[in-house]
Design a protein around this ligand. Structure first.
Ligand code: PLP
Length: 373
């Protein structure tokens, strides 16, 4: 926590606004709009809810197709299934680890040409493209936007891991038609649980607020002409969000400093490569610092390093397991090039929390020096 969260929570209590509405909700939305330079924001119960509402607002339904990366967290893909649509999984490019524009275009043309399994030649344009900013790293948004524009497909940016990241000086989540943020407990800023949908399109965000509050029509009684959801963020939780916005820039500086610390420490370690910004167009919040271990050249394997961390009571993790390798998505069409599978086999997330102490860094450095340097 940054310091002022309790103050804003107390405001909710003293004004007795213990509701999914109120001054903190309005102020948190304003803070997000101002920070990102986006016209409209709706704060919600989670990032997953934000993705789901984006699908609802784009009228994604039974029989539709939505293009998503294979290398992501399952929450990117699940809302497509909630809507009865089919996710089309697209592998990563090697530098950003995010959606590969070449495979993206192939997936689109196959979908339009009716070449996906089960289409029987009856093609259709995918309803949306959902590029993800993995571990904070922006995807190649210029190429993705250009392809999406050429085929007239809306882009929903899953920037759940990327609050504060930028692509060509535009904040993650503000480039496509809509952007998704998450304030889950593990993200760079957190409200314990929460998310947001942002857009420059006023109609979309007022639509999101409508669907998020049980789709109540304008009437003096409860009248419903659509299926709604209970997805709004509460006024107490939004108080935490207001406090967190005050420390976001500081958190980005801290995460980037941690990333630099690992790079300096492992500069001459053989067989280690970092998840890196391909050029100055990319600015990652480095939510998590991730490395790939080339087991031919490195002094130990990825699994040995994970084991060594565990023995020292330090938590490090595998990278995301690609969705095309997940049992639950085994029926989804996919376009792969081996990149995400290689990352899953040889990569890991290093401890990256801003709460780490000098002593923690020392313990991590000891393991890394002993094993891979
Ligand atoms: C965390 C995350 C989400 C979901 O956000 P929640 O707030 O946890 O629902 C979606 N996509 C990605 C890539 C994430 O990391």
């Amino acid at each position: 926590m940054g310091g002022n969260e309790q103050k804003y929570i107390n405001e909710a209590f003293t004004t007795n606004w213990i509701a999914p509405l109120g001054a903190n909700v309005d102020a948190f939305e304003k803070d997000i709009e101002t920070y990102l330079g986006v016209s409209h924001a709706a704060v919600l119960s989670s990032g997953t809810a934000a993705i789901h509402l984006a699908m609802v607002l784009l009228d994604v339904g039974l029989g539709d197709y939505v293009i998503v990366p294979s290398f992501t967290f399952s929450a990117t893909v699940n809302p497509v299934i909630y809507q009865g649509a089919t996710p089309v999984l697209v592998d990563s490019e090697a530098d950003t680890w995010n959606m590969d524009p070449v495979l993206l275009e192939k997936a689109i043309t196959d979908c339009i040409g009716g070449k996906l399994a089960g289409m029987n030649g009856k093609g259709m344009t995918p309803k949306a493209i959902v590029p993800v900013y993995l571990y904070g790293m922006p995807p190649d948004m210029d190429r993705i936007s250009e392809i999406a524009g050429r085929y007239g497909i809306p882009v929903v940016e899953d920037a759940a891991e990327a609050m504060g990241s930028r692509y060509k000086n535009r904040f993650a989540g503000t480039i496509g038609k809509m952007g998704v943020l998450s304030f889950n407990g593990n993200k760079i800023i957190t409200t314990s649980g929460g998310g947001a949908l942002v857009s420059d399109d006023q109609e979309l965000i007022s639509g999101a607020k409508y669907y998020a509050t049980q789709a109540r029509d304008k009437a003096p009684y409860y009248s419903h002409s659509r299926i709604g959801y209970n997805y709004r963020m509460s006024n107490i939780i939004a108080g935490v969000g207001r406090g967190q916005m005050e420390v976001l820039d500081q958190r980005v500086v801290q995460r980037r400093r941690i990333n630099k610390w690992y790079r300096d420490l492992l500069a001459d370690a053989p067989g280690i490569s970092f998840h890196s910004e391909p050029s100055s167009d990319y600015f990652s919040n480095f939510w998590l610092t991730c490395i790939v271990i080339d087991h031919q050249k490195a002094l130990c394997s990825r699994d040995d390093l994970l084991q060594a961390f565990e023995e020292s009571n330090i938590e490090a993790r595998h990278l995301w397991k690609p969705m095309h390798l997940q049992p639950v998505f085994s029926n989804c069409p996919y376009y792969v090039n081996g990149v995400s599978e290689g990352l899953f086999n040889n990569g890991l997330c290093l401890p990256s929390g801003t709460g780490m102490t000098e002593d923690d860094f020392q313990r991590i450095a000891d393991v890394l020096r002993e094993r891979i340097k």
